[in-house]
Design a binder for this molecule. Sequence first.
Ligand code: SF4
Ligand code: SF4
Length: 141
Amino acid sequence: MSKVTEKFVDINSMNLKKGELVKEVEELCGENLFGCYQCGTCSAGCPFVDDMDLSPDEVIRYVILDRKEVLNSKTIWLCAACYTCAERCPRNINITKIMEALRQIILRKNIDRTLLTKIAKEEKETIPQLAFVCLFRKNVG
Ligand code: SF4
Ligand code: SF4
């Protein structure tokens, strides 16, 4: 059973070819996902793993297995691009770039993760400007 319970995107309407998720991710990030031997080092050092529905090593496994529900995983948006995982991977796989590739697959379909209209007025007044800049760079296509 999948650990991904969120239904943020309608995967069926994204025109993703069967069995080609890994190819698309590899083309976008330039990493060889099949080099991963699932040691879990990336997940062990990730500062946000406790809040993720899939750990970073599980994200890689889902992509390899063409489990497209990975695109509905909270993990790819929670990733702070801190590069800890990439620094520690014994196979020199840049997981940070893989997370970005997965976000790009969604954003390039003109699907925004964050809508300004959904942020409450009170929050808009208290959230630092820098946070808004980061948010829109990462979550808006
Ligand atoms: S650290 Fe590298 S080899 Fe180990 S599970 Fe993560 S991506 Fe795979
Ligand atoms: S880059 Fe993302 S996945 Fe990797 S350790 Fe940092 S937050 Fe976790």
